[in-house]
Design a protein. Structure first.
Length: 146
């Protein structure tokens, strides 16, 4: 029993140390989860298509970050509350801010050369998600002028 407690404590210490060494990954994961949740909203078909593409890219980026660093064991639904006062365009602008923040975090210096490929893949997915959100914003603007 004591051995199990010691092993559990050792594993926890390793996870805490990994989190301390890569706080930018944890912040990026948090931003990406919130961005994903904000995109999970029904809209016109053309806007939904772009939002769905952005969600897929965000999911891929989250997976790459977890491979590059550690898995913080949080689910996609574990994010800060969404501001219900934002209209759809405001939500899309906030998603862009979150994606920009995640991109800045992912560009932080990496001391683990084995993680560089995964980090670059995550950056690529975040860039693709930003492109999809830009298209959703453009489609939303077009729909409002119809």
């Amino acid at each position: 029993m004591r051995v199990m407690r010691w092993m559990g404590g050792a594993i926890l210490a390793i996870l805490v140390a990994a989190c301390a060494n890569h706080p930018h990954y944890l912040h990026a994961l948090s931003d990406l989860r919130l961005a994903r949740a904000m995109l999970d909203r029904q809209q016109e078909w053309n806007v939904m298509r772009d939002q769905y593409a952005a969600v897929q890219e965000i999911d891929h980026a989250i997976g790459e970050i977890k491979r590059a660093s550690i898995d913080d064991r949080k689910g996609l639904e574990d994010h800060e509350p969404i501001d219900s006062r934002l209209d759809h365009r405001g939500r899309l602008r906030r998603v862009m801010e979150l994606l920009d923040s995640a991109d800045r975090d992912l560009h932080a210096e990496e001391d683990n050369f084995a993680a560089l490929g995964w980090r670059q893949a995550a950056i690529h997915h975040v860039d693709d998600a930003r492109g999809a959100v830009h298209r959703a914003m453009d489609d939303k603007r077009i729909d409002e002028f119809r």
